[in-house]
Design a protein around this ligand. Structure first.
Ligand SMILES: Nc1ncnc2c1ncn2[C@@H]1O[C@H](COP(=O)(O)OP(=O)(O)O)[C@@H](O)[C@H]1O
Ligand SMILES: [Mg+2]
Length: 345
């Protein structure tokens, strides 16, 4: 018997966090991040909260999940669900905008420093960096947190697969350090420029006039605001989705460790695609029976290693989760269903 007794499941967990506003789902590809994010968002919307579901994935799945056209990079109401809105962030647009921004900053800098160089090669180097797309997404996520956080009661982010989401989180720390350094070196450069005057006020004046400096400071202010929100466990929670299988469990464990290292609040673990005992017993399908036996082993591991963090169980359905009816059922199960074999673990 390994089942954790002091488990706090979703209804109780959410009751203890009445000000929760930003929710994220993470985990390995294909484990059910999108359906879980949607299930959470649907629940909040049903409770009368104005809710936004945001997909930050390079390949979106909200449109297919809801069987509606939610594309276009703008917030759209989900038809048939009151209070529920969806946004599929268009990565290409964001990357393009971000590229322009960086190009402008670099050109300004070269001009300011009197360096007669074509900024293009520098821009190419900066924007073909593999982390560029992720930092553009992180920037967009900050926008959504700051802007839509005002418009909506709850915002649920369906984040991309593990590596991507980890980088988004990791970036938040690096980003802050980078900004700090940039501002400092900019300050130094500027004070060198006005050094001859030997007057502090003159330095401050020059610093205030500098467009790049103003830009950096506003980026830093914006970033600090977002960080404060994301690190606040009353407002933010990261949920990790796993299947009762070795690899997704390992990924979730690694993920939780990493996220905690960044002081980001862990909301808990959602265990998806569980085969109910009664289904395994009723079938003559050997494959399914075997899957069920295997599953018991993995459920034991989940209970013993992550038990206290388990917030929700979702059964496996006969088909894909598509359309509002299926989503409503999944959402209800997320808040009420428990496996019928827990006492055997
Ligand atoms: N409990 C479930 N029962 C049946 N199908 C599921 C279940 N959870 C997810 N699916 C299906 O599995 C696929 C992957 O789910 P999805 O939420 O898109 O995963 P992710 O976002 O982590 O890649 C989808 O086709 C979805 O409909
Ligand atoms: Mg997905």
């Amino acid at each position: 018997m390994v089942v954790t007794v002091n488990k706090v499941l979703l209804p109780e967990f959410l009751k203890s966090k009445p000000n929760l506003k930003f929710l994220f789902t993470g985990g390995k590809g294909g484990v059910g991040k999108t359906v879980s994010a949607a299930g959470l968002a649907y629940r909040f919307s049903q409770e009368g909260k104005r809710t936004l579901l945001v997909s930050l994935n390079p390949v979106h799945s909200l449109s297919s999940l809801f069987a509606q056209d939610l594309k276009g990079g703008v917030i759209k109401p989900v038809e048939g669900a009151e209070n529920l809105f969806a946004l599929e962030v268009e990565i290409d647009d964001i990357v393009e905008k971000y590229k322009k921004n960086i190009a402008r900053r670099l050109s300004e800098f070269l001009k300011w420093a009197d360096i007669p160089l074509d900024p293009k090669p520098f821009i190419d180097i900066a924007t073909t960096n593999p982390a560029f797309q992720e930092s553009a997404m992180f920037d967009k996520m900050m926008d959504v947190v700051l802007e839509q956080g005002e418009e909506f009661d709850v915002v649920v982010f369906d984040t991309a697969a593990v590596a991507n989401a980890a980088r988004l989180i990791g970036l938040s720390k690096i980003y802050g350090l980078w900004l700090e350094r940039m501002i400092k070196s900019r300050e130094e450069a500027l004070s060198l420029r006005v050094k001859l005057s030997f007057r502090k006020e003159k330095v401050m004046e020059e610093i205030k006039k500098d467009p790049l400096m103003a830009d950096l400071i506003s980026m830093q202010e914006r970033f600090n605001k977002v960080k404060q929100i994301l690190l606040n466990e009353e407002k933010t929670a990261f949920f990790f989705v796993t299947l009762p299988l070795a690899l997704p469990i390992a990924v979730v464990k690694r993920f939780i460790k990493m996220v905690r290292g960044f002081d980001i609040p862990v909301g808990g673990v959602i265990v998806n695609q569980i085969i109910p005992k009664k289904v395994a017993e009723a079938t003559t399908n050997e494959y399914l029976k075997n899957k069920y036996r295997e599953q018991l082993e993995y459920m034991r591991i989940i209970e013993s290693d992550l038990g206290e963090l388990v917030r929700s169980y979702i059964p496996t359905y006969p088909g894909e989760v598509v359309g509002l009816d299926m989503l409503a059922r999944l959402s209800e199960d997320m808040f009420t269903w428990v496996p019928d074999f827990l006492d055997e673990l």
